[in-house]
Unconditional design. Structure first.
Lengths: 115, 115
């Protein structure tokens, strides 16, 4: 099954450490989206990337958060100096390059816990 | 500000009956709507979608209705099955000036189908 893959599934960090979340899109997909879900909330858009380009980062916090989608390899969401409020489920989604961006297919998520 | 609203946090129905999940939106620029189903500790799974040029889309037991004038859509599941028990998210596609196609999610509604 060549679905969207995310790793790790669970990540525990202490305050001040860095968190790196990885996402491999579905085969043939070149659009990647990152969403965050806080407890009892819906998913909130963070960033939209295509290969080597950030298209929309309007949902990204201004500090400590960054994302990339290199030419080779997975997309990375990086959170520096994590704080307890960063604890959430982070979902990656992908869509094909041919204008099918309306339907996004999600990975299983990474659950980040900051101690 | 919540642009996509799912005002009922939960719904309980008997197996075999119809489940009706409602969703309201405020942004008249939304032109594509989706329903996702989510089990605990998993990512959202795409269920069904509808374009704003249609008022109904059907796929097996699932039908989505769109009332653009009321900015309202609903998901009908009939007959409901215990395996349908999950959290259902309504989402709208927000195409921005830069060509981004981010999804705006409601907070979700927990459906329980009792045997």
């Amino acid at each position: 099954n060549a679905g969207v893959m995310q790793n790790p599934r669970h990540l525990v960090r202490r305050r001040g450490q860095e968190a790196r979340l990885r996402c491999s899109p579905m085969k043939g997909h070149s659009h990647v989206y990152w969403y965050r879900q806080l407890p009892e909330e819906g998913l909130k858009f963070m960033v939209y990337l295509q290969k080597e380009n950030i298209i929309d980062e309007s949902g990204m916090p201004k500090e400590r958060f960054s994302a990339e989608f290199p030419k080779e390899g997975p997309s990375i969401l990086r959170i520096q100096q994590v704080v307890r409020g960063d604890s959430a489920a982070y979902f990656c989604a992908s869509s094909p390059p041919d204008g099918g961006g309306d339907t996004q297919y999600f990975g299983p998520g990474t659950r980040l816990t900051v101690l | 500000d919540q642009q996509v609203k799912q005002n009922s946090p939960s719904l309980s129905v008997q197996e075999g009956r119809i489940s009706i999940l409602n969703c309201d939106y405020t942004n008249s620029m939304f032109d594509y709507f989706l329903w996702y189903k989510k089990y605990p500790a998993e990512g959202p799974t795409f269920l069904i979608s509808i374009s704003s040029i249609k008022d109904k889309n059907e796929d097996g037991r699932f039908t989505v209705f769109l009332n653009k004038s009321a900015k309202h859509l609903s998901l009908h599941i009939v007959p409901s099955q215990p395996g349908d028990s999950a959290v259902y998210f309504c989402a709208a596609s927000d195409i921005t000036q830069g060509g981004s196609e981010k999804l705006v999610f409601g907070k979700g509604m927990k459906l329980t189908v009792n045997p």
